[in-house]
Design a protein around this ligand. Structure first.
Ligand SMILES: Cc1cc2nc3c(=O)[nH]c(=O)nc-3n(C[C@H](O)[C@H](O)[C@H](O)COP(=O)(O)OP(=O)(O)OC[C@H]3O[C@@H](n4cnc5c(N)ncnc54)[C@H](O)[C@@H]3O)c2cc1C
Length: 606
C-alpha cells in the first residue's frame, strides 16, 4: 500500500531512486503477487492487484513495453473482423473496454480516429448488397458500443458517396471505390499507455523494477514461492531471490519459457503460445493525402492505413515467427508485401524511399485452435500449471484490463482473506484526472507558462494533467525548454522526464518507447542520440564512457535494423538484426544503483 502522506504523483514516479528502493524491497519483502512481464498485460495486472490492496511487485527483463506492447497497430478497437466472424462476445467485451479507456481510464491517451471502409466497384445489385452488408456491420459496431459499451467515447459512423470518400481521402484511386463508410475506433500510443499503467501501479504501492530478468522459480515441495531475479543494471548482473505468495507470469510470447523453467518437476504448461509476426511501415503524412484512416481487406487478413501525428502507420503482416523473440526483424519481403497492398488503392504509389520507419511485433497467440495464424483466436487464457504460479496470455491490447482482472481474481481466490473485487473500471490512470478541464483551458495554461498552445497540446496528449510537471521543469531549466536535436516535435524536457519519472534507463528506452523518434524520423533517431544521451546522462549520472557506449549501442541497433530490412527473408533478416546486442546486461562499468541514489538527492521533487 502507498504511504498516504505521499502524493499519488510522487508515489508513481519511476525515478532512479525509486528503482533502487524497489530493488531493496524485492530482496527484503514477501509479496502477495509478483508479476513477471512489464507489457500491457503485466502492468495491467499490477494495477489491478495493487488497487485491491495486495502487496505487489512487477519485474520486467528489459524496458516497460519492450516486447509486443510497443509494436501494435495502436488501436483500441472492438475488431470489425470479429463482428464479421460473429464472435459477438469478443466485440462486446472490447467495445466496453474502448469506452472505458476513452472516457474514464485514459482519456488523455486514447482518442477517436476516423477510419474509412472503402466499398469496391461492383455491379449495381452488388453495390446495394455491399453497402447493406458493411453498413449493417458498422451500425452493429456502434450499437454494441452505445447500448452495451457503457459510454461509447467515439462519434457515430457515416455513409459516404464516392465523392465524399475522395474528399476525405483524396489519395484513394477513384476507380477503386464506389463509396465508403466512415467509423471510429480508439487510437493510443501503446508504449506510453503501458508506462502510465506501471506508474499507476507504483502510485498504488507496487514495487516496479525494469532490467530485472526472472531466471527461475523458487519452490517449496510442489509449490512456487517466488522467483530468482537477475539485475541487468548491476555489475556482474547479480542474481537474488524474491519471495511471493503468488507469481503471475504475463510474459506474452515468452510464456512457454516459464513452463520450461519447471520442466524438471514434470509440470504440464496448461497453455502454449506461438508467435505471429506483424510488420508496420511508417511514412510521412505528406506521402498520402487523407484526413482519415483506411481499413483494407487482404487475402488473409486486413490492412490498416492510420494517421499518426505527422505520419501514417501502415500494417500489418501476419506470418509465423520462430527466431529471436526480443528483436523480431522485418525483411524486404514484408516491406514489399505492405507496399504492394497499400499501392492497390493509392493514386501515387509508395516506394521504399517514402519509408521513415519500420517496426515488427509478435502476436502472442494461444496455439492449437487452427493452422493458419490469422485464424487463431485472440482470446486469452489463465492457467495454474503449478500451485503458486499463474500464467496469463493471449488476448489483445484493448482487453488488457479484462485479462488482468481474470488473473488477479484467481490469485485472490488462492490467497484467501478479504481483498476487494477488481475496481480498475473506476480507476483513472495517472494524468487522466481533470484532463477534460485541462484540455479546455489549454490556451490559458500556455499563456501562464509562456509557451505556445501547440506545446501544451503536444504535452497534454502525451502526459495528461502531468503536463504541469514538464512545464515546471522547462521553467526551472531553459535548456529543457528547447526542441530535441533531430526531432523538433519533441522537447528536451521529455527526455529528462522519461529518465526522472518514467523509468527510462537507456537511450533506446527514450528514442523507441517514451518517444517514437526511432520510427518517426528518416534517420531513425541517430541524429537525436547525442543530445538525448547528454540530457539522460545528466539525470542518471552517466560519465562520458557510459554516454558514448549508449550512443554506440543505439547506432549499432539502427544499422542492424536497416540491414535486416534489406534481407530477402526472415532467416537472413534475423541474422542481420541479432548482430547488434542489447545494451542491457552489458553494464559492467556503470555505477550501481546505490551510488546513483547517493547522488540524486538534488533532483527536482516533482
Ligand atoms: C503487429 C501487431 C499489431 C497489433 N495491434 C493491436 C491493436 O491495434 N490493438 C490491440 O488491441 N492489440 C493489438 N495487438 C495485440 C497486442 O499488442 C498484444 O496482445 C499485447 O501487446 C500483448 O501484451 P503482453 O503484455 O501480453 O506481452 P508483451 O508486451 O510482449 O509483454 C511481455 C513482457 O514480458 C517480459 N518478459 C519475458 N520474459 C521475462 C522474464 N524471464 N523476466 C522478466 N520479464 C520477462 C518481456 O520482456 C515483455 O516486456 C497487436 C499485436 C501485434 C503483434
Amino acid at each position: 500500500m502507498r504511504d498516504p502522506s505521499v502524493s499519488r504523483y510522487t508515489a508513481g514516479r519511476l525515478s532512479p531512486i525509486r528503482r533502487a528502493a524497489d530493488l531493496r524491497r524485492l530482496r527484503d519483502e514477501q509479496f502477495d503477487v509478483l508479476v513477471i512481464g512489464g507489457g500491457v498485460t503485466g502492468a495491467g495486472a499490477a494495477v489491478d492487484a495493487a488497487s485491491r490492496g495486495l502487496k505487489v511487485a512487477l519485474v520486467e527483463a528489459r524496458d516497460l513495453a519492450a516486447g509486443t506492447s510497443s509494436r501494435s497497430s495502436k488501436l483500441i478497437h472492438g475488431g470489425l473482423r470479429y463482428l464479421e466472424q460473429l464472435e459477438l462476445h469478443l466485440v462486446h467485451e472490447a467495445l466496453t473496454e474502448r469506452g472505458l479507456l476513452a472516457t474514464r481510464i485514459a482519456p488523455h491517451l486514447v482518442r477517436p480516429v476516423p477510419i474509412l471502409v472503402p466499398l469496391p466497384p461492383a455491379n449495381p445489385a452488388m453495390r446495394v448488397w455491399q453497402r447493406g452488408y458493411y453498413g449493417l456491420g458498422v451500425a452493429a459496431y456502434d450499437a454494441f458500443a452505445g447500448v452495451f459499451g457503457g459510454g461509447r467515447g467515439m462519434p457515430l459512423h457515416r455513409h459516404l458517396s464516392r465523392d465524399g470518400a475522395r474528399h476525405l481521402f483524396p489519395s484513394l484511386r477513384a476507380e477503386k471505390i464506389t463509396g465508403a463508410i466512415r467509423y471510429y475506433d480508439g487510437q493510443m500510443d501503446d508504449a506510453r499507455l503501458v508506462v502510465n499503467l506501471a506508474r499507476t501501479a507504483a502510485a498504488q504501492g507496487a514495487a516496479v523494477v525494469t532490467s530485472a530478468q526472472v531466471t527461475g522459480f523458487l519452490r517449496e515441495a510442489r509449490e512456487v514461492v517466488g522467483v530468482r531475479v537477475r539485475d541487468l543494471e548491476a555489475r556482474g548482473s547479480e542474481e537474488f531471490e524474491v519471495r511471493a505468495r503468488t507469481v503471475v507470469a504475463a510474459t506474452g510470447v515468452w510464456s512457454d519459457d516459464m513452463s520450461e523453467m519447471l520442466r524438471d518437476v514434470g509440470v504440464r504448461p496448461g497453455l502454449r503460445v506461438r508467435a505471429s509476426k506483424g510488420v508496420h511501415l511508417v511514412v510521412p503524412r505528406s506521402a498520402i493525402t487523407g484526413e482519415a484512416g483506411l481499413i483494407l481487406r487482404t487475402a488473409t487478413s486486413v490492412l490498416f492505413v492510420l494517421p499518426w501525428g505527422g505520419h501514417w502507420i501502415i500494417g500489418t503482416t501476419d506470418t509465423d515467427w520462430q527466431l529471436d523473440r526480443a528483436h523480431p526483424a522485418a525483411s524486404a519481403r514484408d516491406i514489399r508485401y505492405l507496399l504492394d497492398q497499400v499501392n492497390e488503392v493509392l493514386d501515387r504509389p509508395l516506394t521504399t524511399d517514402d519509408i521513415e520507419g519500420v517496426y515488427a511485433g509478435l502476436r502472442p497467440l494461444l496455439s492449437g485452435e487452427a493452422d493458419s495464424t490469422s485464424k487463431l483466436s485472440r482470446e486469452h487464457a489463465v492457467v495454474e500449471p503449478m500451485l503458486g504460479l499463474l500464467l496469463v496470455a493471449g488476448g489483445k491490447y484493448t482487453t488488457y484490463r479484462v485479462m488482468a482482472a481474470d488473473v488477479i481474481d484467481q490469485a485472490v481466490r488462492r490467497l484467501g482473506g478479504e481483498f476487494r473485487a477488481s475496481r480498475t473500471d473506476q480507476l483513472p490512470l495517472l494524468g487522466a484526472d481533470g484532463y477534460a478541464a485541462a484540455w479546455r483551458d489549454r490556451q490559458d495554461m500556455a499563456r501562464r507558462h509562456g509557451v505556445t498552445t501547440g506545446v501544451v497540446e503536444h504535452l497534454l496528449e502525451r502526459y495528461g494533467t502531468l503536463t504541469v510537471h514538464l512545464l515546471a521543469m522547462m521553467a526551472a531549466d531553459p535548456d529543457l525548454a528547447v526542441p530535441l536535436e533531430g526531432a523538433p516535435e519533441y522537447l528536451a524536457a521529455e527526455v529528462a522526464y522519461a529518465a526522472l519519472a518514467e523509468g527510462a534507463l537507456h537511450l533506446d528506452d527514450v528514442l523507441t518507447r517514451r518517444t517514437r523518434i526511432s520510427i518517426e524520423t528518416a534517420h531513425r533517431g541517430a541524429e537525436s542520440a547525442e543530445h538525448t544521451a547528454r540530457i539522460m546522462g545528466g539525470v542518471l549520472g552517466w560519465d562520458e564512457t557510459v554516454r558514448d557506449s549508449e550512443v554506440k549501442h543505439y547506432l549499432a541497433r539502427v544499422t542492424a535494423e536497416r540491414q535486416s530490412q534489406t534481407m530477402p527473408d526472415d532467416l537472413a533478416a534475423d541474422a542481420a538484426r541479432v548482430g547488434a546486442p542489447d545494451v542491457r546486461g552489458l553494464a559492467a562499468d556503470r555505477r550501481t544503483a546505490d551510488l546513483l541514489e547517493a547522488d540524486l538527492g538534488s533532483l527536482p521533487n516533482l
